[in-house]
Design a protein around this ligand. Structure first.
Ligand SMILES: NC(=O)c1ccc[n+]([C@@H]2O[C@H](COP(=O)([O-])OP(=O)(O)OC[C@H]3O[C@@H](n4cnc5c(N)ncnc54)[C@H](OP(=O)(O)O)[C@@H]3O)[C@@H](O)[C@H]2O)c1
Length: 279
């Protein structure tokens, strides 16, 4: 299989690169700084050279708060560049595997979000990702995968909590009124590759099993790292972040779970992740 990966140095990108290599597939991996998805010419050259059968677009403008101040940059990477990739996927006959987010939903649901629930993003980031989904759907062969609360090799919530603990924090104040599903990038990468191998297409929700709040996630990180620092729940308003976030963005993964099999519980995935960084 000929595979092209964008965003190869991001959390998901790194996991995908390792997995694709382990399958012995032919890999073209591109990431910043030498490859800028905003550079249409560079993207054209990369795809036309590789002639991939599958394009995993793991690159994205993921700075949710910064996107409020830089909507143009967010839309350029998260939507415009995706349209370019979709056109090129059609040109070379590739499957486009594109990643999206639980933040396309507004959080008003009383039950986990299914793939066909109407999106209504609250933030610029969410709006740019929704525009990206529409662009990716222009590829004749596409897989659009929404995931949530990702952690893997790179900067993420687990690292932010760990850093505070290592800096000697006596107490952690963490948002307790947003619910979602933490997801390990390695597990997500495995799920994406499995979906590709199964010949799947369309929209899927993928996340580790279970759900929690950011404060609940933090408590589990603290416990698994062997600290006894208290985690105090604060409200979204108290946190005062610039970008609005859905209060409830639990993804319903039934479609994926019945196509393949559910991903392991997030607590178990966290334990595997922490073992990799504690080595
Ligand atoms: N992280 C989450 O919690 C989360 C939740 C739901 C969905 N998702 C989605 O899942 C996907 C993977 O996320 P992730 O957490 O792996 O993201 P990530 O760690 O931020 O990785 C994204 C990668 O894209 C790169 N990138 C940014 N702008 C680029 C450009 N102009 N050209 C080429 N590469 C560029 C980044 O490089 P730099 O780091 O150098 O900027 C980074 O290496 C994304 O589509 C994201 O929207 C993420």
């Amino acid at each position: 299989m000929r595979v092209l990966i964008t965003g190869s140095r991001g959390q998901l990108g790194r996991a995908l690169v390792d997995l694709v290599r382990s399958h012995g597939w032919q890999l073209w991996a591109y990431g910043l700084p030498e490859f800028d998805l905003a550079d249409v010419g560079a993207v054209q050259e990369a795809v036309r050279t590789a002639q991939p059968e599958v394009i995993f677009n793991a690159a994205a403008f993921t700075a949710v708060d910064r996107a409020e101040e830089e909507p143009e940059a967010a839309f350029t990477i998260n939507a415009k560049a995706v349209a370019t990739l979709a056109g090129l996927a059609n040109e070379v006959g590739a499957l486009l595997v594109h990643l999206s987010t639980d933040y396309v939903f507004d959080g008003q649901s009383q039950r986990p979000y299914r793939e066909d629930d109407p999106p209504n993003p609250l933030s610029v980031y969410g709006q740019s990702k929704l525009a990206g989904e529409k662009a990716a759907a222009q590829a004749r062969k596409h897989l659009i995968v929404r995931t949530s609360w990702l952690f893997g090799r790179g900067w993420n919530f687990v690292e932010a909590i760990r850093k505070q603990l290592l800096n000697g924090a006596g107490e952690l104040r963490v948002v307790g009124d947003q619910r979602g599903r933490p997801t390990y990038a390695e597990d997500l990468a495995g799920a994406l590759v499995a979906l590709v191998r199964a010949g799947a297409s369309g929209v899927f929700h993928i996340a580790n099993s279970g759900e929690t709040t950011w404060a609940g996630f933090a408590r589990e990180i603290v416990a698994q790292l062997g600290f006894s620092v208290p985690v105090v729940d604060i409200t979204t308003e108290e946190a005062g972040r610039p970008a609005p976030r859905p209060r409830y963005s639990v993804l319903d993964t039934q479609k994926f779970d019945s196509t393949l099999k559910p991903l392991p519980p997030w607590q178990q995935a966290l334990a595997r992740y922490l073992r990799t960084i504690n080595r």
